[in-house]
Design a protein around this ligand. Structure first.
Ligand code: GAR
Length: 188
């Protein structure tokens, strides 16, 4: 049995998609959803999915070993960041080398770094009249969006696309690919 924890800060549509994808897979379990926001919609999703959730604050994540200790006790195999907006601290990265992955809604190294998340990314892509965008899945290190990339795929940006259109296209790519890539990683 492979055990996953998902970190998410907001809506959680990727978390939902991952949970749905593995629902009938007896070899994979989404054990826990962690959020840094007590009003994040992902917590509602966790409740509906009957997945345990945990809201953490800054001191818990950055000034204690609580998260590492809990994940170790749960024998977590993979940490998945799905729209999680806080930096992952060094103690967690050291405890899970190459076992923490993130999805980014653009083609890194473009449109990454602090403040580049969600709609901000798509607005920048449209403002720069990019012809192409996409998704990046990468290992997490202690800098925003800088860990080794192991998957990217693209979609076209049309001249009249709004940031909302682009967001929709990118989300579809995320829903299609993120669960499959997670599965590959778990069983490679
Ligand atoms: C996703 O598009 C994800 O790629 C992005 O946040 C969105 C979360 O949506 N992540 C980042 O921008 C990280 N820098 P969701 O909550 O509906 O899954």
């Amino acid at each position: 049995m492979k055990r996953i924890v998902i970190f998410a800060s907001g809506n959680g549509s990727n978390a939902q998609r991952i949970a749905d994808y593995f629902q009938d897979n007896k070899n994979v379990s989404i054990e826990l959803i962690i959020s840094n926001k007590s009003d994040a919609y992902v917590l509602e999703r966790a409740k509906n999915l009957q997945i345990e959730s945990w809201v953490i604050d800054r001191p818990t994540l950055y000034q204690s070993e609580t998260v590492v200790e809990r994940l170790k006790k749960m024998e977590i195999d993979l940490i998945v960041l799905a729209g999680f907006l806080w930096l992952i601290p060094a103690n967690l990265i050291e405890a899970y080398p190459r076992k923490i992955i993130n999805i980014h809604p653009a083609l890194l190294p473009k449109y990454g770094g602090k403040g580049m998340y969600g709609m901000h990314v798509h607005e920048a892509v449209v403002a720069n009249a990019e012809k192409m965008t996409g998704i990046t899945i990468h290992y997490v290190n202690s800098c925003y969006d800088e860990g080794d990339i192991f998957f990217q795929t693209t979609c076209a940006v049309e001249p009249n696309d709004s940031p909302q259109n682009v967001a929709q296209k990118v989300h579809l790519l995320e829903y299609e690919w993120f669960p499959k890539i997670i599965e590959n990683l778990l069983f490679q």
